[in-house]
Design a protein around this ligand. Sequence first.
Ligand code: PLP
Length: 478
Amino acid sequence: MSRNAESTAFRSALEVIRAVEPRVADAIGAELVDQRESLKLIASENYASPATLLAMGNWFSDKYAEGTVGRRFYAGCQNVDTVEALAAEHARELFGAAHAYAQPHSGIDANLVAFWAILADRVEAPALRRAQARHVNDLTEQDWFALRRELGDQRMLGMSLDAGGHLTHGFRPNISGKMFDQRSYGTDPASGLVDYDKVAEAAREFRPLVLVAGYSAYPRKVNFRIMREIADSVGATFMVDMAHFAGLVAGKVFTGDFDPVPHAHIVTTTTHKSLRGPRGGLVLCGPELADQVDRGCPMVLGGPLPHVMAAKAVALAEARRPDFADYAQRIVDNAQALAEGLLRRGATLVTGGTDNHLVLIDVTGYGLTGRQAEQALLDSGIVTNRNAVPQDPNGAWYTSGIRIGTPALTTRGLGVAEMDSTAELIHTVLSQTTAGANPDGTASKAKYVLDPALADKVGHQATELLAGFPLYPGVDLG
Ligand SMILES: *Cc1c(COP(=O)(O)O)cnc(C)c1O
């Protein structure tokens, strides 16, 4: 691909936008500058390829395509069918799944599709059979109330939030916490690792309809074979939300017991995190759940986004190329180098290290809250996010952790040597930051003191570190 083509494409696009609303064109340009200049360690972010980005900026956005491939509620969907079928095919081949559904607009939407597919399969269908009805519309009023009660009375067992689980796994701030009666499993307080015996015990006591594995802030592998055995032992449907680590599955870093696809009844993911695609979601499942999953739109989702499905097809095609496996391995090598660099300098890490793409620093060792650490790092040009640690003494808002991840920097080309430099920058900022005080003299969980000259110096070092690894090297906006 000629670099010239990328520059021309983005320059021309901005010129067309500028003619209508120049402030939008300016913001798009400014975002590129910001992304180029910041050391992005947000574990859930990445940089999609120019081809993926460009596949989204076109008239596919103009098309309504409710339904699924070949079965649309709208006429004229032949080209949407082409890209949706391609996205699904690439997803099936990439992950070795029997069925793929490429429509979910985000990871949360993919989870909602999966939850309703499971409820429909496990609750609604048997209720319909009992009522000898073919469709909910055929139910008597009495049947319908019985069904509603059953739907609202199902249980979900998922990973606790402070152990790294996700809000959509049955927690109150998300609708899943209202759809399901939820209980969660944590991690072992000493090792920080998932304790499978405890999960099995919780499953035996709670008898969930759905067992969920997957996380946003757990720095280790999960053994999905064992989790499936636990699900089977209580007759639960086993769902894995691989939103964070889909790239490591795609790149065959997580194989065997650690590849969720052969073990789970249903797998959901985002496409924009380690998978490096457009912002969106994906559901994978076996033939048993395929029909229910395909009802995602209009059961749960609004009309599909054909332009994003086009971009998913492009990104998934990229992930099937051999160099994606190298990329996935480098993500983990980098995370481990970053962890080692931090440990060597005296940082405390949850579980003592990592075997995936993320590292969770317990910043109480630096005398800080997660919020103070996050802001001090941001002042120094290092973008991270605060995150709870297991049994967090500072709660979910201030937190005691900083979550850092390597997918984005690895896309830029940074390697293990640069990870050591990154660890040095992070450690310098955290060890030089002190907790601030409230006006009444009590300790603040938000205020902090960091010499602006030091923040500046680290910021420059971060920019220098990045200078050798240009972001979107083929894009020169002039
Ligand atoms: C990021 C994430 C999601 C949500 O993805 P969105 O695209 O933001 O809706 C769901 N589950 C897990 C485990 C995640 O990490």
